[in-house]
Structures are given as structure tokens and as C-alpha cells.
Ligand binder design. Sequence first.
Ligand SMILES: Cc1ncc(COP(=O)(O)O)c(C=O)c1O
Length: 462
Amino acid sequence: MQRLGYRVTDIVAHHLATLRDEPVIASAPRAQLNASLGSIPPRQGSDFEALIGTLEQSVFPYHAREPHPGFLAYVPSCPTFPAVVGDWIATGYNFFAGVWPVAAGPNQIEMVVLEWFRQWMGMPEGSSGVLTSGGSGANLTALVAARHKAIEKGSDIRKLTVYASAQAHSSVVRAAWIAGIARDNVRTVAMDDLFRIDVADLKRVVAKDRAAGLEPFVVVASAGTTNTGSVDPLNDLADYCGSESLWLHVDAAYAGFAALSEEGKAMLRGIERADSLTLDPHKWLFVPFECGCVMVRDPAVLSDAFRIMPEYLKDVEPGEEEVNFADRGEQLTRYSRALKIWMSVSYFGTDVIRSEIDAAMDRARLLESLVAQSRDFESLCPAQFGIFCFRARPKGIAEGAFDGLNERINAKVVSEGRFLISSTRLHGNFSLRMCTLGFRTTDDDIRELFAALERALASELS
Ligand SMILES: Cc1ncc(COP(=O)(O)O)c(C=O)c1O
């Protein structure tokens, strides 16, 4: 066991220490990997070193290196090593974190971590939740709980309607579908120029739906959106939802942990008023996949929706003060995701994490300022929470050509292997998008990225 474990530790530590020398992404066609990895189940075991050799040859090279300093696409996940080790401990011990009596220690760690989150978000005492596979799982758990509450109060599921903006994450829409909400009843609410929900439009749509006999039950706000980091007007939405008895779910999967910093806390003002809240520790809390979280003001809404006690689980009823996390979501067998959070946050302390969050926001502003000083690039949305959307817009080129030009710039920069950025569409225009959360990325990396973008543009124009 020790030989295998030390060997793997060496491989992972070496991988993380040499990321800069590696391409940020490499892929391979399915046919090539199919040929090298085969598909016949092995009847006989293999030598461990031979297996490592197969991984080194056919697996390790072919992936996007999320913790790489040049990984600036989507929402990067950049775990600390103590968090990785915390995950190994959880799997090594194979804690069963579904019910209290069989994993009291690990379950108490989850209670502790959830309490940290409550304090960081400023939610009222008594708020708590459950760790999930990710933000998608958290959004689903919240919508199922909200739907259950509506049905308990006598609503007809066919009439329930959900409200979100077109910038809400796709997992919100999927969660509504899985929760049994009719697809036609997932409403898209208008936004302002900065991609934030227009509350006046929300009020109009809800009133119209009520007049048509539908039953509005949940509003989903984003705090920050995946595309631009925009935050819906949380206080206005909380006021409105309170007055209309609507459930307010806030999806802060991506930006929620920015509340640890003064700047982020100010940008997220009102988040504490959510009925339910999605957070993703595997994004900006620097822990490895998979780790999401749903927080609720009243944990009873989760147990009301999910609790079930079959005969074969009667032996593991929790005491009054204890929690069976299986009662707060869809998973009975679940591993202890809390260990990696607890290990990483305790090892570094929140001051270090806060300064990394601030540094990420500064890096996005650095790119924003380079773009602002350039004649050939323009901002498409102010930098927020480490995200910046922009495009090349050189003079003398027809407006209709910008999308193609920027697509080619994106492809060229990515093909060089040093940086992975991604793209989106804003107000109908193709946008380059950078998201810089990882703690290995430096200001110099951002300057080099901008130089690479300028070179790519120059080669397109030459
Ligand atoms: C705002 C937001 N919500 C939800 C999700 C989905 O989270 P996950 O991929 O962890 O399921 C994401 C993912 O990027 C996100 O940015």
C-alpha cells in the first residue's frame, strides 16, 4: 500500500510542480485512444508499474490541465494540494457520509464546513445545507425542495412556473425540467445592458402568468453569471419574492466564495436573503472536483422534500441534534466531500484564500486595462469576479467580419498550447472570454496572454 501510495504522490506532485512546462490542453481522437486502451475486461491482474505506464502513455497527456497557470477558460478549478490530500483521506477511509451514526466524525466536519459557509454568506443562524456533486446537483436539490413546498401548499405541478434570465446557467433550466416543471413554464426574464434581471419585467411576467391561472413559485437569481460574472439585483429580488411569496433561489456556484473578500462581499450584497443558495467549492474555494453545496435558510425544507426512512435504515436514525445528510438530497451513499474543504481551509486560513480571490479579480482588471489602452480590442462587459469578456475590433474591418476574426484569434491562441481561453456570445456578438481564478496564474501571464492575442490579430491582418 505504501509503495503504491508514495508512487502516486510522486506522480501527482511532479505533475502539479511542472504544469508550466506542459501544454494547457491536449486531446486525442477517440479511435486512437480506443486502440491504445482496448475494451476487453482483464481476466488476470497486472503489475502496478505497467498500469502506470499505460496511464502515462494514453491518459495523462490527453486532458485540459485545469490547475495550469494558462487555464483561463470556462470556470477553472485549481485545487490546493492539502485539499487533494483531504480527498484522498476521505476515499482512503471510505467514510459513508449518508447517515450520522456510521460516520459521526466526518459528518460533524460537514456540519462545521456548512456553518463556515453560512457565516461567510451572512445567512441567518440555523441556515445549513448539504454538499453535493457540484452546482448542477445543488440547483436541482434546491428546485426539488421548492417544488415540494409548493405542492404541499396545494399547487398543481402542471401550473408551476420558474423565472430566470437567459444568462442563468443551463443547469438551472435542466433542474426545472428534472423537477417536473413543464418546459413551457420555465420563463426567461428580460435583462438590463449589464445582463442583470430586469425586476420590472419579472413583475410583469409573473402578474401575467398569475392572471392566466399559472402558479409562479420560484425565481432563480444568478450571483455571478457564468458568462460575465453579472449579479442580479439580489435585494430587489428578495423584496419582491417576499411580497409575492415566491421562493428565491440564488445560484452563486461560481462567484459565491468571493464573499470572503471585502470587494466580493459588497458585490454580493443581498445574497444572505436567499431561501436557497448554490455554492461550488470546486470552483473558487480551491478544492478538487466534485464539490458543490446547497444552503437553505430552513434545513427542514430539504428534509421535508427528501427524507425517507425504510425498514433497513431504522438502525441509523439520527439523534435530535444530528443530521442524516441522506435526508437533505438524493444521495444515500455519499463520500465525505467536507474533508477536502476542511483540510484546505484549515491549512491555509481564510486570509490566504481571501488574498487569492482578490488577486484573481485584479488580474481580470489588468486584462481589462490592457484592452482599454489598445486601439484594436474592446471590452464587451466590465471585468467582474475574475471574468472579462472582450473582442478584437480593429479599424477598417466590416462589423460583419468581427465574429469570424475573433473565432480565429481564439483558435490561434489556444493552438499555441500556452493559454486556454474560451468564448461566448454577448448581445449577439462573438466574445472572447477569460476567467482567471487559479492561484498559479500571475500578472505576467496576463500580459503574455494579451501579447499572444495581439500577435494572433496581427497575423490575421497581415
Ligand atoms: C453559475 C453556475 N451555476 C451552475 C454551474 C454548474 O455547476 P457544476 O458544473 O459544478 O455542476 C456553473 C458551472 O460553471 C455555474 O457557473
